[in-house]
Design a protein around this ligand. Sequence first.
Ligand code: SF4
Length: 415
Amino acid sequence: MQVTSTGSLSRRRPTRQIRVGDVAVGGGAPVSVQSMTTTKTADAEATLSQIYALAAAGADLVRCTCNEEAAAEGLARIVPRSPVPIIADIHFHYEMALAALEAGVQGLRLNPGNLRKVHEIRLVAGEAKDRGVPIRIGVNAGSLHPDLYKRFGGATPEALVESARMELAIFADVGFDDVKISVKASSVPLMIDAYRLASETFDHPLHLGVTEAGPPPAGLLKGTAGIGTLLAEGIGDTIRYSLTADPVEEARAGRQLLEVLGLRERKGLDLIACPSCGRAEIDVIAVARAAQEALGERNLPIQVAVMGCVVNGPGEAREADLGIAAGRKRGHLFIKGKIVRVVPEDEMVEALVAEAEKLVAEGVEARLAAADSGAEAEAEADRLALVEAKGPDANASEARVALIRKRYTGEDPPA
Ligand code: SF4
């Protein structure tokens, strides 16, 4: 069930397309989500179970470190059983890149800051070319080549982009150009500027990320600020949140960001809830949490609204696939803003879950057709009674404005 409008954000800056296994990156392909395992790659069973969890949470591609021979051997066991393509993360040791290729990985990530010998880079690129395996040039502000650091007076956007350009030139020596590029930094403004420059400089797909963003919630905010800004500008073909947390959170965040930007079809639940105010007839936070838990477990691909009052709730959330609003000890269940049922307040969450399941199974039209006949009239009676009881301004905003005006002007409000 598709509920998201892609809007203008779906216009991407054109890039060439590469393929990481069966996942297309760039060239108009859907923006993909990546994450990285935290297990020892040598432990194939533990790593595979994490890869399955990451794929279930929304990862299209998973990266594993390949830092020792045992890790490469682990990759040989992991790759054939993985539900998603595997990318080997390589630092310092070109032999590990060759071993990972031998293990059958679908992608490599090389860090030009610490894998510096030209003949070794050529060897890896030549081998990747023969096997049809793409490489990400993974530039990182924290591990920039010291020469570039000196030349540019620090890890500037120009220095990061130059590092990628130099690596591309080495790859070109062996006729290899099956490449995506990242220019990550832990500073969000630096990362944004670096990717903007990279986007003007290269037509290769870009892998976005704010590196070492730290634990949530700050890490999530940094990732979202950096990645979201660039995606909104049409920049970026694949993304990774770098969180100091269970990597499942990274995959989930990546997927959710793409869904909220309308860049990927909704796969899971999107629960929206009003912030609550003086009109609220229920504890919105508690009901929203209970609904999130109950519906989250079922992972239904719809947008569900929990609204604190029936006076404004159904109207404000009319775009939601399904919602519930509270009033006079009852819950008004609505589909696309249309009331379909009125239930007792203590059955609100239960009724919401039951309707959500039916909605996904049967579709909007069928569920609107199955609406209780008197629901609209009952709901309207509740709404009018509440307006009557609390007045149209339950938050007393206008009365407060009048008091402020009186304080400054001395004038009494008009009767
Ligand atoms: S007016 Fe109603 S729906 Fe809007 S914030 Fe207040 S309680 Fe929630």
